[in-house]
Write a protein that binds this ligand. Structure first.
Ligand SMILES: [Cu+2]
Length: 488
């Protein structure tokens, strides 16, 4: 009896000890810190500018082929990935305001995809949402007139329920809009030299392949423990100018970054999602949730090395909030071409909430917006063309979200009832919906009405989006018009 008791006690102790060990291991593992551990031994790959031709109608025509391939992402040369016109990511498309563009998309994957032009003001029919899947083996053309300020936009798949996996595999690219004569002189603008695309993604690997297994207790989906910039692991950039402009894009599926320089020098923010800020804004750090962009300028001294890092965000441990990463090393040449930033960057006409035709409220909770999940047959908002609306957006719980509206660029009116911080002072299409905060934004739904085709608004945490955290709005010609959805 005594022997049995002792044996039982021993087993219990063993189980408890094992439990503690497992929990300790899980908790330790659930914070990642790569600061000081990254070799920075590969030159930063610069996504090529996409080739284009001008057709007989005067349109600038691009071709994008979504295709599988093998990539070296730091775990051997045979990591299976997807890309546009290559094995991983896609070329940078570039067009001027006023230009008509056409993009021929070829789907050479073995499953349906779409291409959404994130941040672009365009007709709903070519917006690339889940209503218009491109079947495997087929082709699709999106054509529109670029009509918005100079900005760093991007493109990525937006199919029903598979967006997280398709983006994670590598489908994403930048679309830079230029506005010659309006963008101020003095900004670094030589692509790949002093104007650098910085597409930041986190990845996990398993046996040389991309792993999509969720982190313990994650409520946002996949969180990787390694960083790629433009598909490059451990990247460095040789800098030859005193000012270097970084076009930061968070093209991850779930992770929020808080970018800062390793020695604490300021990042001067010059642009947000939809264009340049009114004036340069020097700041110690720039936080980007999924889908957001920021253009920053870093001042360099000859011969030095400094790193771009991502520091803990303040989110929860299981949301990646305690993680820290080395991201990109900047290596200055012995001599640097001097430069000076302009004092003023852009005119941003303020939208007036007193002119708003409607005010709507959207509350994000769980995987639902206003207690509903995505339904392709339900229209959540009917908007009259050429009107302005105020949208109050609230995150009621502890899970982070990222709020994105298609077609428009909006302005942030308030955060928790107060004035927005300077980094939210410009044009935005994506907003970090911090836990338990409420935001008010204003947008003008100009130019395009189509009662048959919906635009999306949704959470840009891609797992949440795939699980239905989306709604749709239809822009109609005039008050009283009803939508007549005609998808499928
Ligand atoms: Cu979300």
């Amino acid at each position: 009896m005594r022997r049995w008791l002792l044996g039982g006690l021993g087993l219990l102790l063993l189980l408890c000890g094992g439990g503690v060990a497992v929990v300790t291991w899980l908790v330790t593992r659930s914070a990642t810190d790569t600061v000081g551990k990254v070799a920075f031994d590969r030159p930063l790959q610069i996504s090529p500018l996409a080739a284009s031709t001008v057709d007989a109608d005067g349109r600038r025509v691009f071709d994008l082929t979504a295709q599988p391939g093998d990539s070296d992402l730091g775990h051997g040369a045979a990591t299976r990935t997807w890309g546009y016109n290559g094995a991983y990511l896609g070329p940078t498309l570039r067009a001027k305001r006023g230009e008509r563009v056409a993009v021929n998309v070829h789907n050479r994957l073995n499953e349906p995809t779409t291409v959404h032009w994130h941040g672009m003001h365009l007709p709903a029919k070519v917006d690339g949402g889940p209503h218009h899947p491109i079947p495997p083996g087929s082709d699709y053309q999106a054509a529109w007139t670029v009509d918005q300020p100079a900005a760093t936009l991007w493109y990525h798949p937006h199919p029903s329920e598979t967006t997280e996996r398709q983006v994670y595999r590598g489908l994403a690219g930048l679309f830079i809009v230029d506005e010659p004569g309006v963008e101020p002189a003095g900004l670094p603008r030589e692509y790949g030299v002093d104007d650098i695309p910085v597409v930041v993604q986190d990845k996990g690997f398993d046996g040389g392949q991309l792993s999509m297994s969720d982190r313990f207790l994650s409520d946002v989906g996949v969180l990787g423990d390694e960083i790629l910039v433009n598909g490059t692991p451990g990247p460095y950039l040789d800098v030859r100018t005193a000012l270097v402009r970084l076009r930061l894009l968070n093209a991850s599926t779930a992770r929020v970054y808080d970018f800062a320089m390793s020695d604490g020098r300021p990042l001067t923010m010059i642009g947000s999602d939809g264009g340049l800020l009114a004036a340069p804004y020097p700041t110690q750090h720039v936080r980007l949730s999924v889908g957001e962009r920021a253009e920053v300028v870093v001042a360099m001294r000859p011969g030095e090395r400094v790193e771009l890092r991502s520091q803990p965000t303040g989110l929860g441990r299981f949301q990646g909030g305690r993680d820290a990463f080395d991201v990109l090393q900047l290596r200055a040449a012995a001599e640097l071409r001097p430069g000076e930033l302009p004092r003023q960057l852009a005119d941003i006409p303020r939208l007036d909430p007193r002119q708003a035709a409607r005010t709507r409220t959207f509350t994000f909770a769980g995987r639902e917006i206003n207690d509903g999940r995505m339904d392709m047959d339900r229209v959540d908002a009917v908007v009259v063309k050429d009107t302005t609306e105020v949208w109050n957006v609230a995150n009621g719980h502890g899970t982070p979200h990222s709020f994105h509206i298609h077609d428009v660029q909006f302005q942030v009116l308030s955060v928790d009832g107060g004035a927005p911080p300077p980094e939210l002072g410009g044009w935005k299409d994506t907003l970090f919906l911090e836990p338990r905060r409420r935001f008010s934004v204003i947008a003008r739904f100009a130019d395009y009405a189509d009662p048959t085709t919906a635009y999306m608004f949704h959470c840009h945490v891609l797992r949440h989006e795939d699980e239905g955290m989306m709604g749709q709005f239809v822009v109609v010609e005039k008050e009283g018009d009803r939508p007549r959805l005609a998808h499928g």
